[in-house]
Design a protein around this ligand. Sequence first.
Ligand code: GLU
Length: 421
Amino acid sequence: MTVMATSPSGGPLCDARTQLRQAVEILGYDEGTYDMLATSRREVSVSVPLRRDDGRIEVLVGHRVQHNFSRGPAKGGLRFGPGVDLDEVRALAMWMTWKCALVDLPYGGAKGGIAIDPRSSSMAELERVTRRYTSEIAPVIGPDQDIPAPDVGTDERVMAWMLDTYSVGIGRTAPAVVTGKPIALGGSLGRASATSRGVADITVAALAHRGRDVRGARIAVQGFGKVGRDAARFLHEAGARIVAVSDVDGAVIALEGLDVPALVAHAAVAGTVVGFAGADPLEPAELLELELDVLIPAAVEGVIHEGNARRVRAAIVVEGANGPTTSEADRILRERDVLVVPDILANSGGVIVSYFEWAQANQTYRWSEAEVERRLRERMTIAWHAVVDSAARRDVSLRLAATTLAVERVTEAHRLRGLYP
Ligand code: GLU
């Protein structure tokens, strides 16, 4: 996989715990509080036997990690990927806790993962895996307990299978058990593009913060999936120059700016950005080192690391992915005055509209797309200003400011509830 540059750091869980450690130090909390927040509240690992289409049985591993419930039910996506492991899911679950707290959703954090390559599995195989995994974790999920959603490698179809499997198990339809569902099953208008919309809006805000205009800004996007593709489209519509884009198969570059709608049309047919006639091929690793106003890593963890952070020549990094920058790289980028807008703020649009979808399911009432987008913008704007103000006040990075705000909220909820017994 070309975008998955190997990170020399200790992996995402190490990065997540380093960020937590720094926030706990700023807040002056004790070691016991750190330990409690560094540890998942509940972890379920299940074996998922899959009958392949050719009749062979393969036994896969699936996880659901619930990091925290202090502020409400756990919330977070389900990931399919060949390299998914428990430590990665633990880190992603912890980041969901901070993300939900930062944008003030009444949720804790969770994440799920199954070690399967969705690209080399048939639709029927993916359906069997999803249904078996859902039935295995059914005792710990539910509308008031833990609400899955799409993440890397999963989509609204997977959510439809989860909803169906769970609902059949309890004998009634439970629309609030997952979010990111198809609209016809109670999905929210505006959910599919919510993460990208948020990433694009935050990019415009970050550019303004650095005294730059989005019009003509040079932007590169790593990842052309659910997040990267529409973020590129929205920023292109806002007048930015999208100069390079990559996916798992390769990268393309056009310094005068890519024709993004034409690239989207090409990728829809070809299944990759590679081969797009309106651009030149590019070595994917070079995308991270282009001279840019904004670099948007929107793929996987650990792609900006100690080995390449000094070569990043973007003024701003907006983290569309979860955990794309290792702790070591974070330090280097700050030293070099690169503004990093952290994942828990930059890509929070997805879970914000997931919350709206859940609220609509609980209300059995559908909101208009305009209403969803208005409320999304309102929450993200409040969070952006809170993070920027707190970073200035404490003289810390946006990431540390954001993590500190979130950790403070989660700890406050925990303190009010008290430790049982
Ligand atoms: N997978 C997305 C994330 O990492 C969305 C999670 C959700 O909507 O629950 O934020």
